[in-house]
Each structure stands twice: as C-alpha cells, then as structure tokens.
Design a protein around this ligand. Structure first.
Ligand SMILES: [Zn+2]
Length: 209
C-alpha cells in the first residue's frame, strides 16, 4: 500500500488484521486513511444561472486541513487543431488532442470529481471520504453511484458554508427588490420588503454561528 506524503494530514482508524505469508502469523496494522477535501469547479464561460454550455471546465481538489492541491483535471468539448482540419478539409495532423469530453457541460464537474476520487488511493494512498462542495447535487449523486472505494466506504458531502451564504443572501436580496408583487396590500408589501432588506445580514449570520 502506498502511503501519502507527510504533507497530507491524515485522520485514520487502525485495526489489527492477520498478515499474509510474509507476516508469518504476526499481526499488522491496517490503515484506512481518510482525508476531508474541498472540491470546486471552474468554467471557461460563466453560466449566468441558466446557460450552462461552457466548452471547457476544470475541477480542483484541495485538502481541507493543509490547503494542498491534491488533484486537478480538465474536460474540453473542443479541440482547435481538430476543428481547424475539419474546417479546411485537410487531414488532422498528429497532435495531443485537447478534446476529452462529449457529454453535457452540466455533467463535467461530476465526471471530473469521480476521476479525482478514483485516483486518490493511487496518487496519495488515501480515500476522500468527506468532501466540502457547493450546491451542485449532480456531483454528490455521481459519486454515490460510482462508489470509488466500494460499497463499504460511503462518500459524504458537507455543504459549503460560503456557497450557502452567497445563495441565501442573493435570494433575500431578490425578495427585497421584487416589486412585481401580487399582494393585495401593496403598502404592506413594500414595508415587508424593506424589513427583509434591512435584515439580510442578520438573517444570514446564523449560518456562520
Ligand atoms: Zn484534436
């Protein structure tokens, strides 16, 4: 078993298990190394909440305790060399093709996250059992379905406080700015919106406590 570098801070559980032939009946400590990681995606184009059609995206995985980048990967739906050859109707010259993804842009982050988890044991000798991520439930579903460490180790998600806070504040500000109300008492509606606006920070502060 490959052990991680000292840079990776570990939380592990040990259990005594009989060794194989090399142990000659002695007992060995089996280490299951778990690292809590932070995962987030970056995109070649901003989605503006609805148009998720970026042609390239990447995912970075960082250790929560060390801040060390443990994995990074990119998916591209296009390759400039291939497209140039197609446009000019000439044979594609030998190249390292950048195109490595054909699925929908919305599934890019999940595909990369699965790759990251699948390579954690080989790269670092650890399992990413807990991860901190944003509100994208697609990543969580794909990781649960992929079971990169088998059925014994179930991956769990911790909701990212920064993303939660940002989304909550955005929704509260939208409510405060929404003048298109169907309320019968519009005066009350205006006053209530003012109340919400004044308390945006206070309402979201609960997440930080
Ligand atoms: Zn290519």
């Amino acid at each position: 078993m490959a052990f991680p570098s000292s840079q990776v801070r570990l939380r592990y559980v040990g259990s005594l298990a009989p060794l194989g032939s090399e142990g000659k009946g002695a007992a060995a400590l089996t280490l299951w190394c778990f690292v809590t990681v932070i995962i987030d995606g970056q995109w070649g184009k901003r989605a503006y909440k609805s148009k998720y059609d970026a042609t390239s995206g990447s995912v970075t995985v960082m250790g929560k305790h060390t801040g060390e980048v443990l994995w990074g990967g990119t998916k591209n739906k296009r390759c400039a060399v291939c497209e140039f050859a197609e446009r000019m109707k000439i044979p594609v010259r030998k190249h390292t093709c950048a195109k490595n993804y054909t699925g929908p842009s919305t599934a890019m982050e999940a595909a990369l996250a699965v790759e990251a988890f699948l390579s954690s044991l080989e790269m670092h000798g650890v399992r990413f059992l807990l991860y901190i991520g944003d509100g994208d439930s697609n990543v969580e579903k794909k990781l649960q379905a992929a079971m990169p460490y088998g059925a014994t180790f179930r991956i769990q998600k911790i909701e990212c406080k920064n993303h939660l806070l940002r989304n909550l504040r955005r929704h509260l500000m939208e409510i405060a700015a929404d003048t298109n109300t169907n309320a019968i008492d519009k005066t009350m509606s205006v006053s209530l919106r003012k109340v919400v606006k004044e308390r945006v920070l206070r309402l979201s502060a609960g997440l930080c406590s």
